[in-house]
Design a protein around this ligand. Structure first.
Ligand SMILES: Cc1cc2nc3c(=O)[nH]c(=O)nc-3n(C[C@H](O)[C@H](O)[C@H](O)COP(=O)(O)O)c2cc1C
Length: 340
């Protein structure tokens, strides 16, 4: 079965689910245009998630996807404490911006099991995972008659995902914006460019491969199809569409940025992710101190990041972006639909 039949879509183009950026409007407009819109739901509490899915269904009857982070990734390590230098840096930022004491971190993501139940109840056509997928979840999704896909950043991960029965694998090259989906081995070993990763995964598995990372327009799509990908997944290309939920300062920063301004860093969340370098990333990296594990590293800066978003300060926000940033086109995801 080809991927268009698998997902019941007209064009083999997936809009990447982007936690903090994708909205029901974006998802519905992409799906209405014949692609597969994707909602990044990792940070959505289950009740809110249900409402977002219902909002998508009110706008389109076409297929769409919803993405969760693997439950294994959301566990707080109770033993972890920030290093002295990081604690002092954070306290200094809180003083600089008059934010009071650094509060105890709260959980930012999940609970994935409850989120997944919402997706099953709502019969979300395509369920997507990042940071790996659990065999019992794949089975539950198939038992419900739905499809499941997951990102891989190396060949071993792609083979494991195939062996547990996912319907298609997303080959996430190192150009990609947002978190690296790596779940086996060191992330440094899995910083493999899309051009090298896609054909090696295509050769290694017999399920359809979806290419992701640095694809910004028709040139990238044609190139990835030539490499053997049946479909493509684009995130950064959609980030400045009017339908996304990103703050204006993030949007303006992206429109003024070039490829060399993105970096893969663990400073922001504790897991490697590609975004625009700013003061926070540089100063945390310069501490040369072991960081907290994900998601604690992310959670401890929540107050700081929220305040930066409210005041439009790009130096303390997580502005995820891929290396294709210089090619962003800020028009609507579905021009015909948006004008009608
Ligand atoms: C702002 C942003 C947020 C992202 N959030 C998620 C996410 O929640 N789940 C996920 O599976 N991938 C996420 N990604 C990664 C995408 O799925 C995809 O791998 C990536 O966007 C492809 O590379 P590109 O950005 O160069 O198109 C995110 C990417 C960006 C840019």
């Amino acid at each position: 079965m080809n991927i268009k039949q698998l997902f019941d879509i007209e064009h083999p183009i997936l809009q990447a689910p982007m936690a903090g950026a994708s909205t029901p409007d974006l998802v519905a407009n992409v799906s209405e245009a014949g692609g597969l819109g994707g909602l990044g739901a990792a940070a959505m509490p289950p009740d809110y998630l249900r409402k977002q899915i219902q909002a998508i269904k009110q706008r389109t009857s076409a297929a769409f996807s919803v993405n969760l982070f693997s439950p294994a990734s959301e566990i707080f390590d109770p033993e972890s404490q920030p290093g002295d230098k990081f604690s002092a840096l954070l306290a200094g930022y809180h003083q600089e911006f008059e934010l009071g004491e650094v509060p105890a971190p709260g959980n930012l993501f999940g609970p994935a099991e409850e989120q997944l139940q919402v997706l099953l109840d709502e019969r979300v056509p395509v369920i997507s995972f990042h940071f790996g997928a659990e065999p019992e979840h794949v089975d539950a999704i198939h038992d419900a008659g739905l499809k499941v896909i997951c990102s891989a950043t190396n060949i071993k991960e792609a083979k494991i995902l195939e062996s547990i029965g996912v319907d298609a694998v997303i080959a996430q090259g190192s150009e990609a914006g947002g978190h690296r989906g790596t779940f086996i081995g060191s992330y440094q070993d899995s910083l493999i460019g899309t051009l090298a990763l896609v054909p090696q995964i295509v050769d290694a598995v017999s399920i359809p491969v979806i290419a992701a990372g640095g694809i910004m327009d028709a040139r990238g799509i044609v190139a990835c199809r030539a490499l053997g990908a049946q479909a493509v997944q684009l995130g950064t290309a959609f980030l400045c569409c009017p339908e996304t939920g990103i703050p204006d300062v993030w949007r303006q920063t992206l429109l003024a940025s070039q490829a060399g301004q993105t970096t893969v860093t663990t400073a922001m969340s504790g897991k490697p992710a590609r975004g625009i370098r700013n003061r926070y990333i540089t100063e945390v990296e310069n501490l040369n101190e072991p960081l907290l594990p994900y998601p604690l590293q992310y959670a401890v800066s929540e107050t700081l990041r929220k305040q930066a978003t409210q005041t439009g300060n790009p130096e303390f926000m997580a502005m995820w972006s891929g290396q294709g940033v210089g090619l962003i086109n800020p028009s609507s995801a579905n021009r015909t639909h948006a004008q009608s």
